[in-house]
Write a protein that binds this ligand. Structure first.
Ligand code: GP9
Ligand code: MN
Length: 653
């Protein structure tokens, strides 16, 4: 009998050890070379020892903790498989936003995740079946005092590793990957950490992230540079020397944010068929085409792409900015154009409250919002009104509008699951192997949206609006997640090189300027955060009363964009290279991809840019958290000077 009791604990331990091997493999943490797995096993060993030596009540509590912990691990695996990060308590509160993406998340449930939960019914069965023959308690129980010491040691070490008060890199490597402490750290950050964050100065936050004073200075200068005066830019040259300065003066502006449009579909063929014939044609007519433009969205997908493009701010990973910062003040693109006498409207063929748009849009400065309530819902596909119908109605609406106007139009049909509902018809023919796949569906729905845009352009011509309207078109984010095995395989085969973040995060930016006289493909790296500064130069918008990140892509020597989702903070894309920081948050364990060859490349010389990525995303978050986006730039630079001095004095000490 004694032996059997022993075997029970061993069995539990072995099942747990196996379960954790599955877990760490599923979330890409090396078992042998990182300490994480072993730390988890030590925690578990101690907890199991306590279990065997505790009263019935305590054992019930520990059993309950174990079930909850297993469920968290299960969610982690699913979440990681889709978003490349572990789940955070913040995400639990934001489940209401999942409408658009729920099917995509479901399709990401890997078989492996089921193994994470399987030990629970197995143990439950064994306990039930052999209830009368086994005792789970230790044969020689240890003293209460000893038990208390072990429990204290266990809790104390978990908290110390999670909080890492001395900011040790070795501990950081553990608490950013180890299954227990990563979640305790997240829970602390999201509750207590939030209180501390609200009270912390930006310099403390940046110092905690080990950002150097020089990087902060550089970022501040870049923010300051955009606040050029009417007659001079920062180098003292006349502003008229800036490329494309005031080119849009008096013209209408239409910005089309295309759902899930990636860059690889442009100027490309599938089985001998052009994927986007209408956009390709547009690229040849008075158009600037940025082929190294990237999404910098956070957790709010479409809405973050809108938010960043319209405000020049980086969104955050904690949730959709449209939800988190709904009460903030912004000097966004619609407001700035409105101040210049433009009529401004936004349009999406969806529920007006999805992503809180009906509340947010007026605050961004939109005069009117076309949505499900005031568009005729005469043709539905997927999430809402078909793109064809929406564009048809918008061309009509705009033709009746006083000029100049700014219209921000968001498409919808090219959304997961990439199916065209009746009476919409696919015009792109798929080879039989691709029928029914996400990849095949995507090719067909993006072609559909391309045709809808083509028809819209024709309608604008017919209404006499085309020649006096700047048309900007960009994608909000990827459509095909490279973390999905099927997408990865089909895309890698289609592209002829490995489908990775460099291609997945790459969206096109197309700027059609009537009368330009030529077309150009621009290789400078940019992101959605650059749209406002770039357009501000076209329309002579004054950016000196608000803090904006990004830069004017037509007047810069070097492209750079930090990413917020999928790659962890500290990751970025700059001319020629993408850098992804390591899972443990250290620069050295990161990797780089050459944007031209799509091959891995050296990370040498990229550390400063990684710090810049941390700085811009943290600064933006701080500004959003404190509702300080609307602030004279002079005041902002003054604040930053003090901050740099604080960091410098800290560095010396
Ligand atoms: C909903 C649409 C979808 O209105 O914008 O958003 P997504 O699921 O792509 O975030
Ligand atoms: Mn979207």
């Amino acid at each position: 009998m004694k032996q059997k009791i022993l075997k029970m604990s061993y069995l539990v331990f072995i099942l747990f050890a196996l379960k954790m091997i599955v877990y760490y493999i599923a979330v890409d943490i090396p078992i042998f070379t990182s300490l994480s797995y072993w730390v988890t096993m030590i925690f578990f060993g101690l907890a199991l020892f306590l279990y065997c030596n505790s009263s019935k009540r305590t054992r019930k509590i520990l059993g309950f903790v174990y079930v909850i912990f297993s469920i968290v691990l299960f969610i982690d695996v699913i979440y990681y498989n889709y978003f490349n990060q572990l789940v955070s308590v913040n995400q639990i509160w934001q489940i209401k936003n999942i409408k658009g993406t729920e099917d995509s998340v479901k399709s990401a449930i890997p078989l492996m995740s089921v193994l994470i939960l399987i030990d629970i019914p197995v143990l439950w069965f064994i306990r039930r079946r052999f209830r009368h023959r086994f005792s789970e308690v230790s044969e020689k129980p240890i003293s209460k005092k000893m038990r208390r010491w072990i429990a204290f040691g266990l809790v104390f070490s978990i908290i110390m590793i999670a909080v890492n008060p001395f900011r040790l890199v070795s501990i950081q490597k553990i608490n950013s990957t180890e299954a227990v402490t990563v979640h305790v750290k997240d829970a602390v950050d999201s509750t207590l950490g939030k209180v501390i964050y609200d009270r912390s100065s930006l310099s403390t936050i940046l110092q905690n992230k080990s950002v150097s004073a020089d990087v902060v200075k550089e970022v501040t200068d870049e923010i300051d540079d955009k606040a050029v005066s009417e007659t001079e830019d920062n180098t003292g040259d006349s502003v008229k020397t800036r490329n494309y300065k005031d080119i849009g003066e008096g013209m209408n502006l239409i910005v089309i944010q295309v759902e899930s449009m990636q860059n690889f579909v442009l100027n490309a063929e599938y089985e001998g068929q052009e994927i986007t014939p209408n956009l390709n044609k547009l690229l040849e007519e008075d158009t600037l085409y940025f082929n190294h433009y990237y999404t910098n969205m956070g957790k709010g997908n479409t809405s973050d792409a809108e938010f960043s493009s319209l405000t020049g701010l980086y969104p955050v990973i904690e949730g959709a900015s449209y939800d988190l910062y709904v009460d903030n003040d912004f000097l966004a693109l619609p407001k700035l154009l409105s101040q210049k006498g433009y009529y401004t409207c936004a349009a999406i063929g969806d529920d007006k409250d999805f992503y809180n748009r009906a509340t947010v849009y007026p605050r961004l400065g939109f005069d009117y919002f076309y949505n499900e309530d005031n568009l005729e819902m005469d043709e539905i596909s997927g999430l809402g009104l078909s793109d064809q119908s929406m564009f048809r109605q918008m061309a009509q609406n705009l033709s009746e509008q006083a000029e100049p106007f700014f219209s921000f139009i968001i498409t919808l049909t090219n959304h997961y699951p990439y199916v065209l509902d009746e009476p919409l018809e696919a015009t792109l023919k798929l080879k039989s192997e691709d029928e029914g796949s996400m990849f095949g569906g995507y090719m067909q729905t993006i072609r559909y949206t391309d045709e809808a845009i083509g028809a819209f352009i024709e309608a604008l011509k017919a209404e006499g609006l085309y020649d006096n309207t700047i048309i900007v078109i960009y994608g909000d984010h990827h459509g095909l997640n490279c973390l999905d095995d099927d997408n990865y395989e089909r895309m890698t085969e289609y592209l002829g090189y490995e489908y990775d973040y460099d291609t997945m995060l790459n969206i096109p930016l197309i700027i059609h300027i009537p009368g330009l006289g030529s077309s150009e493909t621009i290789e400078t790296v940019g992101g959605q955060v650059d749209l406002l500064p770039t357009l501000a130069n076209f329309f002579d918008l004054d950016l000196s009363d608000s803090v904006t990140f990004g830069q004017d892509l037509l007047n810069t020597d070097e492209g750079f964009v930090a990413t917020v989702a999928y790659m962890l903070q500290g990751s970025f894309i700059k001319d020629g290279v993408l850098y992804e920081i390591g899972r443990d948050g250290t620069f050295e364990s990161g990797r780089a991809i050459d944007l031209n060859t799509h091959e891995p490349t050296s990370i040498d010389g990229l550390e400063e840019y990684s710090q810049k990525a941390v700085t811009v995303t943290e600064m933006s978050k701080y500004i959003l958290e404190h509702n300080e986006a609307v602030m004279p730039i002079e005041e902002f630079t003054g604040m930053m000077e003090t901050l740099v001095a604080e960091i410098e004095s800290e560095d010396i000490n």
